[in-house]
Write a protein that binds this ligand. Structure first.
Ligand code: FUM
Length: 312
C-alpha cells in the first residue's frame, strides 16, 4: 500500500530528518545493498544555503540524558556545488526523477525514492533564490524550508514569527510549483500559529519538530558552555513527548499534511505520531545509532494497527 503525500506516491510513511543521514557517505559504506532496501520512502537532503558555510566551531556535540545536543551550524558546500555535485549523485543513488515516487513498486521499497531538498535562507529574498534554483531541477521532487535552525544567528527570526513566516512562504511559493514543506521550530509559544501561517502562505505541508534549544556546561568548575556555538539543539528520545504534543496541536489546526518527528526510535513511536495526525514520520537521531532504522521502523509500522503505540 502506498502513501500519498503532496502529490507524491511514497512506498511507506518513513523518511529521514534533514542532516541525519548522509546518503552519499552511506552508499560508500554499505555499497549497492543500500539501494536494495533504501531505508526511507523519500530522501531529505541536509540543509543547503546560498553560499558555502563552514559550520559552527567545535565542539559540536554533547550527549545529554536521552538525547543529543548538536551545534553543527549548517556546514554545506553551498547551492551551486550542491546542484552540480551532490544532487546528481543523490539522484543516481536513489534514481529519483522528480516524477513522484514508487507507486507501482511492491513493498518492501527499493529505489527510486524522491529527493526532497532542504534549504535555509536568512530572508525572503534568499529563500526565494534557493527555491527558484531548485525548482529548475527535475531531480528534486519537493523542497523543505528550514526556518527552524537554532544553531545560526538568524535561524529562528523567520520561523518563530508567524507574520514573517507567512510572507517568506508566500514569496517562495511564487517561485515553484513543487511541493513546499515548512520545517517548524518547537522554540515558540504557539507552534500551531506558525503552522497556520505557513499554510496561509501556501505551504503544501509542515514538518516538526526541529530541535529544542539547549545548553551544556563544560565539565569542571568553570561555568563555560561546552559547545563551540554556546547553545545547540536537543534531539532524540528526550524530546519525544514534546514532539507528540506539538504534532497533535498542529495537526488539529491545519488542513495540509504534517510530517512528525522527534525521538522516533521504533514503529510504536512512529505510530503514535500518525495516530495524532502525522501523514509521514521522519527518523533523525536514531539514524546515528542504527543506519537502517528507517527500514526497520517502516517494516514494523506496516505490522502495527492504529492506536497500538507503546507509552513513550
Ligand atoms: O546544522 C545544524 O545546525 C542544523 C540545525 C537544524 O536545522 O536543526
Amino acid at each position: 500500500m502506498t502513501v500519498s503525500f503532496c502529490g507524491l506516491q511514497l512506498a511507506h510513511r518513513v523518511i529521514n530528518g534533514s542532516g541525519t543521514f548522509d546518503a552519499i557517505a552511506a552508499r560508500s559504506v554499505f555499497g549497492p545493498a543500500l539501494e536494495q532496501e533504501f531505508p526511507f520512502a523519500a530522501y531529505v537532503s541536509k540543509t543547503i544555503t546560498l553560499e558555502p558555510r563552514e559550520g559552527n566551531p567545535p565542539p559540536r556535540l554533547w550527549e545529554a540524558p536521552g538525547g543529543l545536543i548538536n551545534s553543527i551550524g549548517l556546514p554545506n558546500k553551498g547551492l551551486d556545488a550542491y546542484l552540480a555535485e551532490d544532487l546528481p549523485r543523490l539522484a543516481a543513488l536513489t534514481r529519483a526523477d522528480g516524477a513522484g515516487g514508487v507507486a507501482d513498486r511492491p513493498w518492501p521499497p527499493s529505489a527510486p525514492v524522491p529527493v526532497i531538498t532542504n534549504v535555509m535562507g536568512s530572508s525572503a529574498e534568499e529563500f526565494s533564490r534557493l527555491v527558484e534554483a531548485c525548482a529548475a531541477r527535475a531531480e528534486i521532487a519537493a523542497l523543505e524550508l528550514n526556518v527552524s535552525c537554532p544553531n545560526v544567528a538568524t535561524g529562528l527570526d523567520i520561523g518563530a514569527a508567524p507574520a514573517t513566516l507567512e510572507d517568506v512562504v508566500r514569496a517562495t511559493r511564487a517561485r515553484t510549483g513543487k511541493p513546499l514543506i515548512v520545517k517548524l521550530t518547537p522554540n515558540t509559544a504557539d507552534v500551531a500559529a506558525c503552522a497556520q501561517a505557513a499554510e496561509a502562505g501556501g505551504a503544501d505541508a509542515v514538518s516538526l519538530i526541529n530541535t529544542l534549544r539547549a545548553m551544556a556546561l563544560a565539565p569542571g568548575l568553570e561555568a563555560r558552555p561546552w559547545l563551540g556555538g554556546g547553545t545547540g539543539g536537543l534531539s532524540g528520545p528526550a524530546v519525544r513527548a514534546v514532539a507528540l504534543a506539538q504534532v497533535a496541536a498542529v495537526a488539529a489546526e491545519v488542513e495540509i499534511p504534517v510530517v512528525g518527528m522527534g525521538g522516533v526510535q521504533s514503529a510504536a513511536h512512529a505510530r503514535a505520531l500518525i495516530d495524532v495526525g502525522a501523514t509521514l514520520v521522519a527518523v533523525g537521531t536514531e539514524n546515528f545509532c542504527d543506519p537502517l532504522a528507517g527500514a526497520r521502523i517502516a517494516r514494523g509500522l506496516a505490522q502495527t494497527a492504529p492506536g497500538s503505540q507503546s507509552p513513550s
